[in-house]
Design a binder for this molecule. Structure first.
Ligand code: PEP
Ligand code: MG
Length: 580
């Protein structure tokens, strides 16, 4: 039995067979074949190796004529490995001895090679792992050909293991039988992580090399509550986990009972808990889980599809669905936040050196005004169906806010000219996600109708830590005193200016921060619908006076560790049975 630790993106446990998803979406199920089919599998392997070598030779020739010898040599090594008799023999032995399918045997042996390279200390040799991965894919493509299987056709519950998932792949998970996820890559607030959290099933990411350790068909345990994955569990571990799974489900049922109750503190302060949504139907899902409406609609997910940007009408339909789903409650629509880790098809070709500091969010919108105005018209058209607010992401200057507002007024004018109704006085707000905006919050407060703090980005920019980079994820923390003080200052400035202030980053849904956030004066929090019941539970157990005392103490600490220890202890006093 082996235990791997990572970052949780969904609590609870899942016990099931793994399917390993390749970067090209291949899934390699463990499949044994009847003894009589072993010769056919050996033949499949042989033909696949021949075809793979042929492809490589052609590629090499092409590169040699077009780019010269150095570039062509890259494939020499690939060809050499595929011609290596020892490799072929190991795969053949596995097919014969375990009566395994050629795909399973090839994948298992190539993974063992990858692991060997990963353990080497020379970075050049570690890089070889990518070459082996590449060869594995090529072989599998040739073995499976048209037979490749995809996640949409799973026949039983499985745990998905992959190196990484794109936001688009993650968004498709609900349509499948996947009950848990374990990824090599990832960081707590990457958009893939955010989507996994709203999917609501157990997941652990940033596991480093799980995708090379697991083969399709292995039974594994994903323990989202304790942030770990267990490979090859013993019978005793399986039994223990089945009991834990049952206990977790009981806790979830208990939380479900809170759905209908408002989030009111013991000293009678009403806290508004909103949903963060990525797709329009989630607005209704959030309501079912007890939310007060939508605090953040990440509209850019509409744009991340192979067909390209949605038309004005398609967008209008989506916004209208989200607004209807909220049944008259407030819906805050954020204009598309493209760039950084969320690219449209067209953006894929323009790699930036520092995408997190690049042409993203409002900068991208103002550079693509037609696309932006189309969206603004769609939002304004939908605004007549409910209580809508609109906000712009990642502002660093008042000029950006004014330009974005201008674009919105242009969109209104277009609609007026066309005689299409819209809600003229809808609140226009900002996402406060950059140190520049935090420092200039007073000036912003004179112009905006509301402020929504995007702590995911605010943390990354205050601490200079790419939120999607697992190599620096240990530095990414909401508990850093600089972050906490910035939050306090922003909330205070908004209070003084009487501007409505909310927080919609992942911190809003983390129990650890609940008392601090209420203690510094926040009364509106927006989070993944999966977290609403838990946060509601804590708000109903505390008083604002107590939360204020805790926040004051937290703000005296000098290190992140002190903050974490203190908040963990104080939260445990209130919720002894809840995992933190
Ligand atoms: C944030 O940055 O905190 C936020 C809510 O926006 P996103 O996570 O979509 O960048
Ligand atoms: Mg953000």
């Amino acid at each position: 039995m082996e235990i791997l630790r990572g970052i949780a993106v969904g609590s609870g446990m899942a016990i099931a067979e793994a399917v390993v998803l390749e970067a090209e979406d291949y899934r390699i199920p463990y499949r044994s074949v009847p003894a009589s089919e072993v010769p056919a599998e050996l033949q499949r392997l042989d033909s696949a190796i021949q075809r793979a070598i042929q492809e490589l030779v052609e590629q090499e020739e092409y590169l040699r004529t077009h780019l010269g010898r150095d570039a062509a040599n890259v494939f020499d090594w690939h060809i050499g490995v595929l011609r290596d008799e020892r490799l072929r023999k190991s795969i053949e032995d596995l097919i014969r001895e375990k009566e395994a399918s050629a795909a399973y045997a090839a994948s298992t042996i190539m993974r063992a090679y990858q692991r060997r390279f990963m353990q080497m200390t020379d970075p050049l040799l570690v890089e070889r792992m990518r070459d082996v991965q590449d060869m594995e894919r090529r072989l599998l493509r040739n073995i499976l050909g048209e037979q490749r299987e995809d996640l949409a056709h799973l026949s039983k519950p499985v745990i998905l293991v992959a190196h990484d998932l794109t936001p688009t792949q993650t968004a498709q998970l609900p349509e499948t039988k996947v009950v848990g996820v374990a990824l090599d890559a990832g960081a707590a607030t990457s958009h893939t992580a955010i989507l996994l959290r709203s999917w609501g099933r157990p997941g652990v990411i940033a596991l480093n090399d799980i995708s090379t350790r697991v083969s399709g068909g292995d039974v594994i345990i994903v323990d989202g509550t304790n942030q770990l994955v267990i490979l090859n569990p013993t019978e005793a571990a399986l039994e223990e986990y089945r009991a834990k799974e049952a206990a977790h489900l009981r806790l979830r049922d208990e939380l479900d009972e809170l759905k209908e109750l408002p989030a009111v503190t013991k000293d009678d302060h009403r806290i508004l808990l909103y949903s963060n949504i990525e797709f329009p139907h989630e607005s209704a899902v959030g309501l079912k889980r007890g939310s007060d409406g939508v605090g953040l609609y990440r509209t850019e997910f509409l744009f991340l599809r192979p067909e390209g940007a949605p038309s004005e009408d398609e967008q209008y339909e989506a916004y209208r669905e989200a607004i209807f789903g909220a049944e008259g409650r407030q819906v805050t629509i954020r204009t598309f936040d493209l760039g950084a880790d969320k690219y449209t098809q067209q953006k894929n070709y323009e790699q930036e050196r520092n995408p997190m500091l690049g042409l993203r969010s409002i900068r991208y919108s103002l550079r693509n005004l037609d696309l932006f105005k189309t969206q603004l018209r769609a939002i304004m058209r939908a605004s007549v169906h409910g209580k809508v607010r609109v906000m712009f992401p990642l502002l660093i200057s008042l000029m950006e806010f004014r330009q974005a507002k201008m674009a919105l007024f242009d969109a209104m004018e277009d609609l007026e000219d066309a005689g299409i109704p819209f809600q003229r006085d809808l609140p226009i707000g900002m996402m406060l996600e950059t140190p520049a905006a935090a420092i200039q919050v007073k000036e912003f407060c004179r112009e905006v109708d509301f402020v929504s703090i995007g702590s995911n980005d605010l943390i990354q920019y205050i601490l200079a830590v790419d939120r999607g980079n697992e190599r620096v994820s240990q530095f990414y923390s909401g508990s850093h005193p600089a972050v906490l003080r910035a939050l306090r200052d922003v909330v205070q400035a908004c209070d003084e200016a009487e501007v409505d202030c909310s927080l919609c980053g992942e911190m809003a849904g983390q129990l650890l921060y609940s008392m601090f956030l209420l203690g510094i004066g926040l009364r509106n929090l927006s989070m993944s619908p999966a977290n609403i019941a838990e946060i509601k539970k804590v708000t109903r157990l505390i008083t604002i006076k107590h939360a204020q005392k805790i926040a004051r103490r937290v703000l005296t600490f000098e290190t992140e560790r002190q903050v974490n220890n203190y908040l963990r202890d104080e939260t445990r006093k209130i919720l002894p049975e809840d995992p933190l």
